[in-house]
Design a protein around this ligand. Structure first.
Ligand code: WQD
Length: 335
């Protein structure tokens, strides 16, 4: 398929471009480089050996967006572009609702104008809030506890309503659990422009000596070692899931929702220990207060993704730790 990829220069976007290329798809990227860098697309070219067509611009700029849609007939869209920092969204709700929701609405308006009827949307397990039980299936109740999560939840509602109104519109909502790691080349990876808040990039920053120690946000949860469990999934497995979703889109109408996770929970302590063991580097850490809003245990039921997408995460937590550290070392050596 010939695809438009919004936010394609980002962490998950770049890894997906590599998998799309391997699967024989063509694509055009649009990105405003708010939380990414043009060099990331050059690194994708180095991995694939193929040029990446991209345009710098913003989904909030209707003229820019229309100019891209007028350039080419797209068979579908993968929509990554969004602000995604939970804490920042609490401090800047207007920016988050405007950027994430108006961006999605502008994209949908252009898709309708140009007759583009297939969309894969980058959603998040954050819409499950604090699930009553685990593992989490796609029909669990959804909600949010912060503006970032609400923008994901609201975008899902918008897309479902658009699909109801237009029977030819096909949408797949991919609910990511916790993407970590990097491509084995060490050329692309998680490279936020801001200070990372998520666990794995902070472990990397501590191992690199950029941060003195890691605060473990509470070890008195009702889990085996007292720390929170999450479903960490290698970003390359996540990227492959997008290729499977693009294939699925061609044989369906309406909306389908899929969890992209491993189906297994890993605790904070287990991730720290694994990182130290695999990479042979210490990660100084100490227990601190719980982080408000943290959910004790979340991990995916991936049965539907396995059955209907043929999705199966292949990378281990050790490989996630190895690849995250390899990217950091390779990236800093080359900068
Ligand atoms: C994981 C665990 C923390 C940092 C995020 C956001 C959002 C979403 C991915 C897209 C928790 C603990 C963390 C630290 C710690 N992305 N931790 N010390 O909480 O699942 O949420 O998931 O949708 O970015 O919703 O991921 O990596 O922030 O935290 O102890 O310095 O690590 O308490 O238990 P989380 P996380």
């Amino acid at each position: 398929m010939n695809l438009l990829v919004t936010g394609g220069a980002g962490y998950i976007g770049t890894h997906t471009l590599v998998e799309l290329t391997k699967a024989g798809h063509t694509f055009t990227v649009i990105d405003n480089f708010y939380n990414s860098k043009p060099q990331a697309l050059k690194n994708v070219e180095q991995i694939t050996g193929k040029p990446v067509r991209f345009f710098e611009g913003d989904l909030l700029d209707r003229e820019f967006l229309a100019s891209v849609f007028d350039l080419d007939k797209f068979d579908g869209v993968i929509h990554f572009a969004a602000f995604k920092a939970v804490g920042e969204s609490v401090a800047k709700p207007i920016e988050y609702y405007n950027n994430n929701l108006t961006g999605t609405l502008n994209l949908l308006a252009e898709m309708k104008r140009c007759g583009v009827e297939n969309l894969v949307y980058s959603s998040s397990a954050t819409v499950y809030g604090e699930p009553e039980t685990v593992p989490v299936t796609e029909n669990f109740p959804t909600s949010a506890t912060n503006p970032y999560g609400w923008t994901k939840w609201m975008s899902e509602q918008i897309l479902q309503d658009v699909a109801k109104a237009d029977p030819d519109f096909s949408v797949i909502l991919l609910r990511y659990f916790n993407p970590v790691g990097a491509h084995e080349s060490g050329l692309i990876g998680e490279d936020p422009n801001d200070i990372p808040n998520n666990l794995m990039p902070r472990i990397v920053s501590v191992a690199a000596g950029k941060i003195d120690h890691l605060d473990v946000f509470g070890n008195d949860y009702d889990t085996e070692d007292g720390t929170c469990l999450r479903d960490y999934i290698h970003v390359c497995d996540l990227a492959w899931g997008h290729c499977l979703a693009i294939e699925k889109l061609q044989h369906m109408k309406g909306v389908e929702i899929f969890n992209l996770g491993t189906g297994r929970g890993t605790s904070v302590n287990e991730l720290i220990e694994g990182f130290e063991r695999v990479n042979g580097v210490p990660v100084p850490h100490k227990v601190s207060e719980r982080r408000p809003g943290d959910v004790p245990v979340v991990y995916a039921d991936v049965e539907k993704s396995r059955r209907e997408l043929g999705f199966e995460a292949k990378h281990t937590v050790d490989e996630m730790c190895r690849d995250a550290w390899k990217y950091y070392k390779n990236h800093t050596e080359n900068n």
